[in-house]
Design a protein around this ligand. Structure first.
Ligand SMILES: Cc1ncc(COP(=O)(O)O)c(C=O)c1O
Length: 374
């Protein structure tokens, strides 16, 4: 569907966003092909160092996806069968799938309607004698109340593993997402603020022995070729993806700034609409707007109306995790997490990517105003 200027306005447009760096990416990929080394080579080695430095962490370990970054983080901490891991109920499905894949049980906690992130006031009630870790999610590009999470974790002697899969470059008090907990997990899924051209992920930590263990875990447990110390898997970030990510990491702050600017434009034009609630910022936080999510009246009507005007929107996420069939065995029911259930009816993700023009954001806002007739 096209809008009146002929261009469809997509929620995310990777080809358009990457157009200015196409030549650099092609050159980086060609360099890898010329060398003929595709797994655990120099590109990954250097990218891990560059990412760790960017993140303010001592070590970074490249893996095959964000899901595996979370799963291997839990495994490296010795978390598995019989253990429980606390996480937010409004998040991407893989957050909880990773906990299950590690052999542990996800214990969900409701989110806050203003921040969309885990409600820290409810965490203590979810702690049992089997709880081993809290896995907070920095949803949509904004760090959760991480200081409160760390305080609770310290009180109950729990690990903190951050799901920073949507928060590359987001910060709180000058510290970057992923650098607060024992381990931090990132996804490089193509639509992310830092995305590769396939699947990819990264784990960051300041703990040397955990970093060493993760390097074994991601590579069949091998310390040297054909000699394995522990049971591991095959989960490596490949050389082509690492080379692409090295090009894109250099631009991450600049591209995040573009998103922040566009968020200001949305706020300027939408603030007067009483039927629309804008994303909150929070003191000391740098929100990097992986997604621009509003709360609105008649969300489905607005979604249909915008689509007719050539504007795509999405819902992140339409079904809270406790109501997903795959997690039925956990024993939750409708009504257990009222805030997340309520949000699912109100949230709408508007177009947001670094190549979006101010003029396109204004157009989206004008159509939203027309819908609410203000
Ligand atoms: C919050 C969150 N956690 C985990 C993941 C999993 O990342 P991946 O798709 O790279 O496995 C994603 C990505 O979709 C995510 O958004």
């Amino acid at each position: 569907m096209r809008n009146t200027t002929g261009r469809r306005i997509a929620v995310c447009d990777i080809a358009r966003s990457d157009q200015p760096i196409r030549n650099k990416i092609t050159k980086a990929v060609r360099t890898v092909i010329d060398k003929g080394r595709y797994i655990l080579g120099q590109e990954l080695n250097v990218f891990e160092k560059e990412f760790a430095e960017y993140n303010g962490s001592s070590y970074a370990i490249g893996v095959a996806s964000g899901t595996e970054a979370l799963q291997l983080s839990l495994k490296a901490l010795g978390i598995g069968q019989g253990d429980e891991v606390i996480t937010a109920v409004n998040t991407a499905i893989p957050t909880a799938m990773a906990i299950l894949a590690a052999g542990a049980r996800p214990r969900f906690v409701d989110v806050r309607a203003d921040t969309f992130n885990i409600d820290v006031a409810l965490i203590e009630k979810a702690i049992t004698r089997n709880t081993k870790a809290i896995l907070p999610v920095h949803l949509y590009g904004k760090i959760c109340d991480i200081k409160a999470v760390l305080k609770i974790a310290k009180k109950y002697n729990l690990f903190v593993v951050e799901d920073a899969c949507q928060a590359h470059g987001a910060s709180c008090g000058g510290m970057k997402a992923g650098s607060f907990g024992r381990l931090g997990a990132f996804s490089f899924y193509p639509t992310k603020n830092l995305g590769c051209y396939g699947d990819g992920g990264m784990i960051v930590t300041n703990n040397k022995s955990l970093a060493e263990r993760l390097r074994l875990l991601r590579n069949y447990g091998q310390n040297t070729r054909y000699s394995c110390k522990i049971k591991g898997v095959n989960s490596r970030l490949d050389e082509i993806q690492a080379a692409i990510l090295r090009v894109k990491l250099k631009l991450l702050d600049q591209l995040n700034e573009c998103r922040i600017e566009l968020a200001h434009v949305y706020a300027r034009y939408l603030q007067e609409i009483v039927d629309v609630d804008l994303p909150s910022y929070g003191k000391d936080l740098q929100h990097v707007f992986h997604l621009y999510v509003i709360k609105c009246k008649d969300k489905d009507g607005l979604k249909r109306y915008l689509l007719k005007k050539g504007i795509e929107t999405e819902v992140h996420y339409p079904i809270p995790l406790h109501l997903q069939g795959a997690f039925r065995e956990l024993g939750y029911k409708r009504g257990d997490f009222p805030c997340a259930e309520g949000l699912a009816h109100k949230i709408l993700t508007l177009p947001m990517h670094p190549a979006l023009k101010t003029q396109e954001v204004r157009k989206v806002c004008n159509h939203i105003k027309d819908f609410y007739r203000c």
